[in-house]
Every structure is written in C-alpha cells, then in structure tokens.
Design a protein around this ligand. Sequence first.
Ligand code: GRF
Length: 212
Amino acid sequence: MSCSSRPPARLGVLVSGGGTNLQALLDAADADPRFGGEVVVVGADRADAGGLGRAKERGIATVVRQLSDHPDRATWEARLRADLEAHQVEVVVLAGFMRILSGAFLAGWPDRVVNTHPSLLPAFRGAHAVRDALAYGVRVTGCTVHLVDEQVDHGPIIAQQAVEIRPDDDEDALHERIKRVEHTLLPACVKLLCHDRLEVVGRAVRIREESS
Ligand code: GRF
C-alpha cells in the first residue's frame, strides 16, 4: 500500500511536563503533508502538565490519569490504556512522560510505543539523565529515540544524535540544547513509525526504504 493511500496513523501522546516535544510533533505534522500521523489524544499523569494546554489550544482531546487517584498501579495503567484505546490510538508517543509502563500496557501496541530520552543510551538511563551526564564529566551526550520495552530506557534504538557538553554548561542549559535536537529527531522517528518503516530485528531497528 502506498503511504498516501492510508489514513493518518492515530497518535496518542503521553506527557508529564511542559510538552515542548508534543509541540514539535504537532508542528511537524502541520508542516509536512506526508507526515502520516495525527495526534488524536494527549494524556498526562499530572493535572498541571503544560502539554495539556498545548493540546487544548489545538482542540485535541486530553485525559488526566493521576496515579494517586487510583487504588493501585495496575488499575491506573489499565485505565490509561483504556483511555487511549477509546481514541483508537495506533501509535503511542512518550514525550517526557515520567512513568514506567508495564508489559500489560505495552501489549496493546507491540513495537508501537516510542520514547525520547535525553542521553545517548545505554548511558545515563533514568529520570536524571542530563544531571548524571554532567556529573560523570562526559564531553558528549545527546538524545535517543527508542521503542519502549519493559525495562526503563532500554528498548530498540531508532535514532540518536549527539550534543557536545560545554565547559560552562549547567543542567538547564544542556537540557535545552538536547531538547532542540529531540524536537527534530522525535517527529522524524514518529513519521517512520506512521509509515510502518521500522523493522525490529533482535535489539536492532532496521529502517525500510520508502515505498513509492
Ligand atoms: C525531554 O528532554 C525528554 O527526553 C525527557 O523529558 C523532557 C520533556 O520535555 N524525558 P518536554 O516536556 O517535551 O518539554
């Protein structure tokens, strides 16, 4: 099937913070008629996530699922999954979503949940990747866009891009430069996923040629 003959893939984006990566995705989809995906719902685990406002401005549906509002983690996750399923989401994008998702959630979208992480994995996994890279004293860090598996910041890598660390960098300055790179890399990887151009072979991701 040619890319242009199928309807845009339905994207569900999960955020916890300001949502600049969500914004980059929305802007990329607007700017590129061949993007192949459309954000149909934005979910957050916090009511104050800035990304929710960005979605509302565009008239995109939003859901808030706070862990503390649920009796346990499994219930929270099952409801979040049901929220996305209610919007017939085909690809899930974790754009600064600071919660771990289990196999029960991921089973809904095999090899179709993508995350962006602010380091060159497998270095500096976890919630403080930028701080940890600075503390370690590495000269180069960057960002990684990867498919999500059951381990934290671990799944098959789609793309990575390096960012040099400057002598006067602090966490905020470095994270800002990493985010600027994420804002291009994440939409590019989501576009590949929307066009079904990723093939997972073991830990490796192969990018198929574009069909004409
Ligand atoms: C990004 O750097 C992402 O890699 C990390 O959190 C940040 C989210 O930024 N997990 P934003 O909310 O998209 O602005």
